[in-house]
Design a protein around this ligand. Structure first.
Ligand code: BTN
Length: 235
């Protein structure tokens, strides 16, 4: 495993994406990011004290392409398991892969594909107590427990656990993994808006299904979504 550590960098995902000689498990870690990126082009507030890192997974030709639709869920599942070992708190899993604690976001995951490689970028609010513009929607482990944590050991645990869990996934253990995330499905029973489609829809979220989509009860219909933006309705 090659590890690239930065005191300050624009984005660890961007660094790996631009790297020409990628190898599986390459890992980039930053103390701070000046242009941390979130999903859907959002900014990720990346202040000191957060675990900010990206690593490389090589596309495995023996895995059917469809299976990779579940990759973000597998990463989220694995992160959940690791966080539970560090602090056994009441985490919630927000489809597709955010971890929530007390209705606030603890971590986010951004997966990007470049050639035959996936860049898996993870931000976890650990020791940071400043969330900038995300102050109303974010929480850190320290804000909850008052304790400080060793970031590098957390990052190492997350990456190692992911590769173990990915093997579990490839060996046919998806149903058990899915059950664990459905047991703490943050969106379940909540009214959500599905934004990003030609027509905005609203419904009540149900389970995360075996194919990785989210089931939503829209009027009398049961629909499932794998694309588009899902927001919890403010109505
Ligand atoms: C999201 O919830 O929108 C995903 C946030 C992902 C943030 C991490 S921090 C490390 C890595 N580098 C980035 O620029 N983004 C990811």
């Amino acid at each position: 495993m090659r590890v690239y550590k930065f005191d300050e960098i624009d984005s660890t995902n961007k660094f790996l994406k631009e790297k020409l000689d990628l190898e599986e498990r390459d890992l980039a870690i930053a103390r701070v990011q000046t242009a941390g990126r979130g999903r859907r082009g959002n900014k990720w507030v990346s202040s000191e004290g957060a675990a900010l890192f990206s690593f490389v997974l090589k596309y495995d030709m023996s895995v059917p392409e469809d299976e990779y639709m579940k990759l973000s869920l597998v990463v989220g599942y694995s992160l959940l398991k690791t966080m539970k070992k560090i602090e056994p708190l009441e985490y919630k899993f927000k489809w597709t892969n955010d971890l929530y604690l007390e209705d606030k976001k603890l971590s986010g995951i951004l997966i990007e594909k470049i050639g035959n490689y996936f860049i898996i970028g993870i931000g976890i609010n650990i020791n940071n107590l400043e969330f900038g513009e995300a102050k109303d929607i974010a929480i850190s482990l320290k804000a909850k427990t008052g304790k400080s944590y060793d970031l590098e050991s957390i990052i190492e645990n997350v990456v190692n656990s992911f590769f173990e869990d990915f093997i579990k996934f490839k060996n046919g253990n998806w149903k058990e993994m899915l059950k664990e995330i459905n047991d703490i499905n943050y969106l379940y029973g909540k009214r959500i808006d599905i934004v990003g489609l030609s027509k905005e829809e609203s419904g009540i979220a149900g389970d995360i299904l075996a194919d990785g989509t989210l089931e939503v009860f829209v009027g009398n219909e049961i629909k499932k979504y794998n694309i588009g933006e899902i927001h919890i309705s403010k109505r």
